[in-house]
Design a protein. Structure first.
Length: 122
């Protein structure tokens, strides 16, 4: 029988980064918001009530924030892919979705975002 499909979400992780296709965008830090949805089996964690059996969302959030803060991409698509690959490589996550929001990127639009889903390679 398959393990339960539980989801750990980190919503609205605010980070500033150098990102954009224009030269001026690479000279200033812009505010981004990151949403992560990580598939996990929380049953063992729920029974043990021990962080050693859980995805430590504090560590994951700090790792992603540090990665975004030190990155310098042109496209939010590329940043989203980098975040996904980093999380899959560093944490016991089989599948995740990453949404990168770039509010204020387009005049008249509240937000621009890209959402991707990735699986760990078998």
């Amino acid at each position: 029988m398959d393990a339960p499909l539980d989801k750990l979400r980190i919503i609205g992780l605010e980070v500033s980064a150098r990102i954009g296709i224009h030269a001026w965008e690479q000279q200033v830090r812009q505010r981004l918001s990151i949403d992560l949805e990580l598939e996990t089996d929380a049953a063992r964690t729920a029974v043990s009530d021990e962080i050693t059996n859980a995805l430590d969302y504090g560590i994951i959030a700090r790792d992603v924030a540090d990665y975004v803060r030190t990155s310098q991409y042109r496209l939010i698509e590329t940043l989203a892919e980098g975040i996904a690959q980093r999380v899959l490589a560093r944490f016991p996550v089989a599948k995740l979705s990453v949404c990168v929001h770039k509010p204020g990127a387009v005049p008249g639009a509240r937000d621009i975002s890209i959402e991707i889903e990735r699986n760990r390679a078998s």
